[in-house]
Design a protein around this ligand. Structure first.
Ligand code: UD1
Length: 417
């Protein structure tokens, strides 16, 4: 079985380039379905989730080709609007193909992506938004059948600013007659990136990144060209590794403006951080300090996807740090594994309290989910001795080459098969 073997206890020194963002490229790949022709995506990371999205595109009848990190999608020959259950189950964000297929064909057949390791993840908001645009939807035994004789622009207000529901509504609205306004839209940078890609296709959309997004439907589309934004969560992971281990690391491509709420606690913990147009440098010499409570929130708040890696960074800090997870119900599954290394963490409901310890010891560890797995890697880097991380397929959903990147930063990590 694949494993990551981490030899802990080294200070980090080095530089890496941050890969393209998983959460940006996945909805963009769904959006390539909108255009009856070519889309070119640069900076596309090689990830298992991206591979799943590519398989879905093939299933629908599209052609794709890779050249390095450039992925070209030709959706001219798209002939099917159904996605098999096996592919839907592999990745939750496959549900974004629903809005895209509705826009292209006026119908779609797929399956509920189901719950996942973070707790229940309903899609009620997605379905309601698509319904308000004129779609008839039936859900039976997990199968979703959606049909819209005519999509009609509408004013939608999301109950909560769901990233996925915002993306689905945007994609369907591109083929709606008239104007759609999505209020209480998610403001995540990945929505801005989707908007940039859609504009490159010719879609008339504005407001991405604010809580009100406007789409004028039925624009004539043409070939699209886009460079995927750098992955802010991968950047947060390596910043956490630098904070945990000490030393000096440089992350080329990391964007300060999209990481403000991650950089603030790192600074409070005693890290020196310098940001410029090309990237971010983190330096840590003095012992790490505990920080004021970290509460996850929708963007621009502290990202839930960075909660686990930040927790891993602070395990050996001086003092006590409180985490409050406000987005997902079950996002502390990494805690038991961290405890095996000697971490002192108490969880009650949405709150986790981290009491800093003197040292961590390498251990045999099981990745429980994508970001939880990355957190185990961060903790293992700052532990004494060797750790073996199992079930690393979780990590490979979102990190193109975690071992290679960490080694470029001066770590000793081996991926064994
Ligand atoms: C996206 C990200 C994920 C990130 C999350 C929150 C992708 C591929 N994934 O997931 O990495 O952790 O945003 O930043 O971009 N909800 C409902 N009903 C719905 C939809 C969502 O109740 O119909 C709830 C969810 O259960 C969750 C919250 O809303 O508690 C936020 O979910 P959402 O913003 O939709 O996250 P995703 O788009 O699934």
């Amino acid at each position: 079985m694949k494993q990551l073997l981490v030899s802990g206890g080294r200070r980090l020194h080095g530089e890496v380039h941050i890969q393209g963002a998983k959460n940006s490229v996945l909805p963009i790949l769904a959006a390539t379905v909108l255009h009856d022709g070519i889309s070119v995506l640069e900076g596309c990371p090689h990830l298992s989730d991206v591979e799943t999205a590519v398989q879905i595109l093939h299933e629908l009848g599209a052609k794709t080709s890779w050249q390095g990190h450039t992925l070209t999608v030709d959706a001219a020959g798209l002939s099917r609007c159904a996605i098999p259950e096996a592919l839907m189950r592999q990745m939750r964000s496959s549900v974004i193909f629903l809005g895209a297929l509705l826009a292209r064909f006026g119908e779609a057949e797929l399956f509920c992506p189901g719950g996942c390791e973070l707790g229940p993840r309903p899609i009620d908001l997605h379905l309601r938004a698509l319904g308000e645009l004129g779609t008839e939807i039936s859900v039976e035994g997990g199968a979703i059948r959606a049909r819209a004789k005519k999509l009609r622009g509408a004013e939608l207000t999301l109950d909560i600013p769901s990233v996925g529901a915002t993306e689905n509504a945007i994609l369907a609205a591109t083929a709606a007659e008239g104007v759609t306004v999505i209020r209480n839209a998610a403001r995540e940078p990945e929505i801005v990136d989707l908007q940039r890609f859609l504009r490159s296709l010719g879609v008339r959309i504005r407001g991405g990144g604010s809580s009100s997004v406007t789409i004028e439907g039925l624009a004539a589309l043409h070939e699209g060209h886009h460079r995927v934004m750098p992955d802010r969560i991968v950047a947060a992971t390596y910043l956490a590794a630098g904070a945990a281990c000490g030393g000096e690391i440089r992350l080329v491509g990391a964007e300060e403006k999209r990481l403000l709420t991650v950089l603030a606690p790192l600074r409070a913990a005693g890290c020196g951080i310098e940001c410029d147009k090309e990237g971010i440098t983190l330096r840590r010499e003095a012992p790490l300090l505990a920080v004021p409570p970290i509460r996850t929130a929708v963007y621009p708040g502290f990202p839930t996807d960075a909660q686990a890696v930040m927790m891993a960074a602070l395990l050996k800090s001086r003092g006590t740090t409180v985490f409050v997870e406000n987005i997902f119900e079950n996002r502390y599954r990494h805690v038991d594994e961290l405890t095996r290394m000697g971490a002192d963490i108490r969880v009650e409901g949405r709150v986790a309290v981290v009491y800093g310890v003197e040292k961590l010891c390498g251990a045999d560890l099981r990745c429980t989910d994508l970001r939880g797995g990355a957190a185990l890697a961060v903790a293992a880097l700052s532990a004494e001795g060797e750790s073996a991380l199992h079930e690393i397929h979780h990590i490979e959903r979102g990190y193109e080459d975690l071992a290679g990147d960490l080694n470029a930063l001066g770590a000793a990590v081996r991926r064994v098969i």
